[in-house]
Design a protein around this ligand. Structure first.
Ligand code: NAD
Length: 290
């Protein structure tokens, strides 16, 4: 079995690394801010730098917030590039800009290392259950090599195309998720103000054409007033930026995406960047005078 190095043990990374450990892989871990007690207790080894992780791994996986963190971890001092061995495989599972993913791919190629961008969808619950949807970009042999370990973390694993294709797909995913949350938040705000029972409304709509994972999970969050992350607004706003930049690059007007991004900006201005993205409902309620 390949030796795995896993960098970034946040809301998503920790349960994903635990899935690999559970499946029997030898796993080394690193996070800049968090002690990885749970993983070490499960038998994972801990190393102090990305270079040290890479030296001790056949496959290096990153699950970091954004492009700058991935660039720092890969190419910074004592970064992955300083330790990774020829013939190793690098998989970035964070959501970052497709252009950054293509740069990382090129840097890895110079070292004789294959690379995949393999961002995920399915949230914390999907990470904990090992049922993420994974959208991969890169060469086919690298995808085939990665498949057994991706299958420990995900269920629906699709090789989309070449380097950056996974990230472009994920940007589209985030547009749909953001606009669906907006739709659920608006509908729930109207229902609340009109005196409709939200629990009963959610139950009825889940059996019809408006059914979605977001109506299910985020609808329940709105009912429960549970806005702890989950997926932080500041991270989803970063993804909307990636989508908007792609819209500009390819001359595609993205009206809905731009509007949801502006709502996220309002929440960031109110200091709610660490809240779950379902907190868009709070803004809709404020605007409605609730
Ligand atoms: P998070 O903020 O909970 O975790 C990120 C982790 O990276 C943190 O523990 C942080 O300490 C660590 N980190 C940051 N810089 C580092 C560095 N230089 N070296 C080592 N560790 C570093 O974020 P998350 O929710 O786990 O999301 C991670 C990625 O997955 C993001 O790109 C996000 O957009 C994406 N994503 C998140 C979800 C979700 O529901 N949370 C779902 C799909 C995709």
């Amino acid at each position: 079995m390949e030796k795995i190095g896993f960098i970034g043990l946040g809301i998503m990374g920790k349960p994903m690394a635990l899935q690999l450990k559970k499946a029997g892989y030898e796993v080394s871990v690193l996070d800049k801010n968090k002690a990885s007690k749970e993983l070490v207790a499960a038998g994972a080894r801990s190393f102090p730098t990305p270079a040290a992780i890479a030296q001790n791994s056949d496959v290096v996986i990153t699950m970091l917030p954004d492009s700058p963190e991935v660039v720092e971890v890969v190419s910074g001092k004592n970064g992955v590039l300083a330790g990774i061995r020829q013939g190793a495989l690098f998989i970035d599972m964070s959501t970052i800009a497709p252009a950054t993913a293509r740069n990382v791919y090129a840097w890895m190629q110079e070292k004789g290392v294959e690379a995949l961008d393999a961002p995920v969808s399915g949230g914390q619950t999907g990470a904990e259950a090992g049922t993420l949807s994974i959208m991969a970009g890169g060469a086919d042999p690298a995808f085939q090599r990665a498949l057994p370990l991706l299958q420990t973390m995900g269920k629906n694993i699709v090789h989309i195309g070449g380097p950056g294709a996974g990230q472009m797909t994920k940007a589209c995913n985030q547009m749909i998720v953001g606009m669906t949350i907006q739709a659920v938040a608006e509908a729930f705000t109207l229902a609340r103000k009109a005196g409709v029972d939200l629990e009963k409304m959610r139950e009825a709509l889940l059996g019809g054409f408006a059914q979605s994972r977001i109506l299910d999970l985020h609808g329940q969050r709105i009912i429960d007033r549970n806005f702890s992350p989950g997926f932080k607004i500041k991270l989803h706003r970063k993804d909307m930026n990636i989508a908007l930049a792609a819209g500009k690059e390819f001359a595609v007007p993205l009206y809905g995406t731009a509007q949801v991004a502006a709502h996220m900006d309002a929440l960031l201005a109110q200091g709610k960047g660490e809240s779950d993205h379902s907190a868009i409902a709070l803004l809709m309620e404020q605007l409605a005078g609730l």
